[in-house]
Design a protein around this ligand. Structure first.
Ligand code: SAM
Length: 231
């Protein structure tokens, strides 16, 4: 892909992103129009480190600061699609990282609340999102396994790190009719992407969307350190 396409970014679209969306998302099982439009518009290269620019539109997770990763585009789209978002939805994201998935969600839903445990990541993500003019996102530094009680309930909750269990506070802060998507696994190396829906009667309906690999969810209701031991 030619870098020049990036400067030719008219109307928030870019040839590289169009290519990414066609070859990596639409050719697979991503069909939600709002998700596709958002993936075409949000400039992933702005969330990727300088020495990884060439890879920004390839279907791969990339290292960011603090030893963390920006997820592969397909996974971001799959999770956003799994949330079944409506334009009026308020979304909580746990694991801001680079801010890319928060940016994607912000183009689909009405408001995004995103929590990151690493202050340096939260700060650079916030700066990046502000510089792109995404003004419906609030970034918070803290332990996302506890959710964000002051802003609850949420119509959708996305966790972008893998934990040993589904944190109870996130289930409690999910609105009736809400959807939560989270990678869960007993082994920190591999998880299953779960979707939980809260019914009107308060019942939780769980679906397994397949095997995935994410960095560990570290916190009170997650693993207790980078090595993935339980709290
Ligand atoms: N959504 C990110 C993006 O688009 O770049 C990718 C996130 S990365 C795969 C997972 C992030 O979760 C890391 O930045 C990590 O520091 C963060 N994380 C892990 N445990 C957390 C917790 N308890 N609360 C908040 N963030 C957490």
């Amino acid at each position: 892909m030619n870098k020049e396409y990036r400067s030719n970014d008219l109307n928030g679209r870019c040839a590289e992103r169009e290519w990414m969306v066609h070859t990596q998302l639409m050719s697979r099982d991503i069909s939600d129009e709002a998700v596709i439009n958002s993936m075409v518009r949000v400039p992933r290269h702005r969330f990727v480190m300088n020495d990884k620019q060439e890879l920004a539109y390839y279907d791969t997770a990339l290292e960011i600061e603090a030893g963390q990763t920006i997820s592969q585009p397909y996974m971001v789209a799959l999770m956003a699609q799994a949330l079944k978002l409506k334009a009026s939805d308020r979304v909580l994201e746990v694991g801001t990282g680079s801010g890319y998935s928060a940016g994607i969600l912000s183009q689909i839903a009405s408001r995004v609340y995103t929590i990151e445990r690493h202050q340096e990541l939260a700060k650079s993500a916030e700066d990046r999102l502000n510089s792109l003019g995404y003004n419906n996102i609030e970034v918070h530094v803290g332990d996302g396994t506890l959710g964000w009680a002051e802003k609850a309930p949420f119509d959708a909750v996305l966790v972008t790190a893998g934990g040993p269990v589904i944190p109870d506070p996130l289930l409690e802060q999910l609105a009736v009719g809400g959807r939560l998507v989270i990678p869960v696994g007993e082994d920190r190396g591999e998880q299953h992407l779960l979707r939980v829906k809260k019914t009107v009667s308060g019942k939780l309906i769980k679906e397994d969307l397949g095997a995935v690999r994410f960095v560990p969810l570290i916190g009170t209701e997650g693993w207790n350190d980078e090595n993935g031991r339980l709290s």
